[in-house]
Design a protein around this ligand. Structure first.
Ligand SMILES: *Cc1c(COP(=O)(O)O)cnc(C)c1O
Length: 401
């Protein structure tokens, strides 16, 4: 029997919805793409989007940015991070996260992860107690949320300022509370591979009025910050408006125009991701040699990608497993790869920080971790085909030793 192969692209997202395209065209026809290019009394697409997103997360203020990376940079600067300060961060995250910390001039203190890919809260507690870090940039990498009740307790115990990186948890919840509502400031991405697609883009949300005024000024508001809607009172800006440098990290009306309709669809899209995720998760649970960490019942995640560990075999057999999957059209990424590839990178490749600690648990876990995108262009039947290919290849390559 001929081997079944999969032929769809793992990087193909759904098209932008038609009504969003129409909105974008009307922005293009107006020529008013810059967020501050609005008529008297008109909020503009970016300000409207900020108001809608703030209310979606349940925070008072929102700033739309050029990317999540720039939102995290603004968050760190606006929270008062100074050159040489130490920022705690889980070691399993994506390159823009350490990049934002470096951009803010801070040092990174990496925290181990656990078998379920979330931050190791005991290591966090230890490092927060031992060191002088005042900030935690917690990255919900690939949508895996740590126990947020415990995280909050650790932050309170050590006076840590919590910044959430919600690039993969837009729409997710912990125990009925939205991801991004825990941090004193939280950042989101609207880059093509995240949960809303504007090519590039991001959000910063907070309830802290001083932080927000600084973030708006840093983002490049010139003296037009009064045109923001989801912002603190103007008196908050007055004493600081000449002391905050402009880093030009704004979003434009064109992107906001295609995001506003997508925000209305977000809940439904998250459900569609999870239908696909749960099908794949159940299949992986039943495949000998592969292991998908069980998720905490309090975690209402968004399964826009799936991670699993290869339990048997050495690096060579994991490499072979990935290669055979690829030959049959199933594209997996490997965090254990000795060389960073594509969007995947392990913490050892952030050489610009100088000497990074060796994290034995994180190394061991990442060595066996595979990662697969689940774009919504895949049907449930597509997911079934992928699951069968994973099963075939695992049965071939990963015999228990
Ligand atoms: C994509 C991503 C980011 C950064 O998003 P950009 O908008 O591309 O800057 C941050 N953190 C994680 C975990 C991501 O996956």
């Amino acid at each position: 029997m001929a081997q079944q192969c999969f032929s769809k692209s793992f990087t193909r997202q759904e098209p932008i919805p038609e009504h969003a395209i129409e909105r974008a065209i009307s922005v293009l026809r107006s020529g008013k793409l810059h967020r501050y290019n609005v008529e008297v009394g008109e909020a503009g697409e970016v300000s409207e989007l900020e108001t809608e997103f703030a209310s979606y997360i349940g925070k008072r203020y929102c700033l739309a940015c050029a990317s999540c990376g720039s939102a995290m940079y603004l968050a760190l600067k606006s929270a008062g991070v100074q050159r040489g300060d130490k920022v705690l961060c889980n070691a399993y995250t994506l390159a823009p996260v350490p990049g934002a910390i470096e951009n803010a001039g801070a040092d990174i203190e990496l925290v181990e992860i656990c078998e379920d890919y979330t931050i190791d809260i005991r290591d966090l507690d230890r490092k927060a107690a031992a060191g002088n870090a005042k900030w935690l940039l917690l990255s919900h990498m690939r949508g895996h949320m740590a126990d947020m009740d415990k995280i909050q307790r650790v932050c309170e115990r050590h006076g840590l300022f919590l910044i959430e990186d919600c690039a993969h948890t837009m729409g997710a919840e912990w125990d009925g509370r939205k991801s991004g509502s825990f941090g004193q400031v939280s950042c989101f991405s609207t880059q093509t591979y995240k949960h809303m697609n504007s090519g590039e883009g991001g959000f910063l949300v907070t309830d802290d009025e001083e932080l927000m005024a600084r973030a708006i000024l840093h983002s490049g508001s010139y003296m037009l910050y009064d045109r923001h809607v989801a912002r603190p009172d103007l008196e908050v800006f007055d004493p600081i408006k000449k002391r905050i440098p402009n880093y030009s990290c704004r979003m434009d009306n064109l992107r906001a125009a295609i995001l506003r309709p997508q925000l209305q669809m977000l809940t439904r899209q998250c459900q569609r991701w999870n239908e696909r995720y749960r099908l794949l998760e159940a299949a992986i649970h039943s495949i000998e040699g592969l292991w998908c960490p069980p998720r905490d019942p309090r975690e209402n995640y968004v399964g826009s990608s799936i991670q699993f560990s290869v339990c048997h075999g050495d690096s060579e057999s994991i490499r072979l497993f990935l290669e055979k999957c690829r030959e049959r059209g199933v594209e997996l990424k490997w965090f254990g790869s000795p060389e960073p590839a594509g969007f995947t990178s392990a913490y050892q490749s952030w050489e610009y920080f100088g000497n990074l600690p060796d994290l034995p648990n994180t190394n061991r876990i990442l060595k066996r971790m595979c990662d697969m995108r689940i774009p919504l262009t895949f049907t449930l039947d597509d997911c079934r085909v992928i699951a069968e290919i994973l099963r075939d290849v695992a049965t071939d390559i990963l015999q228990s030793d």
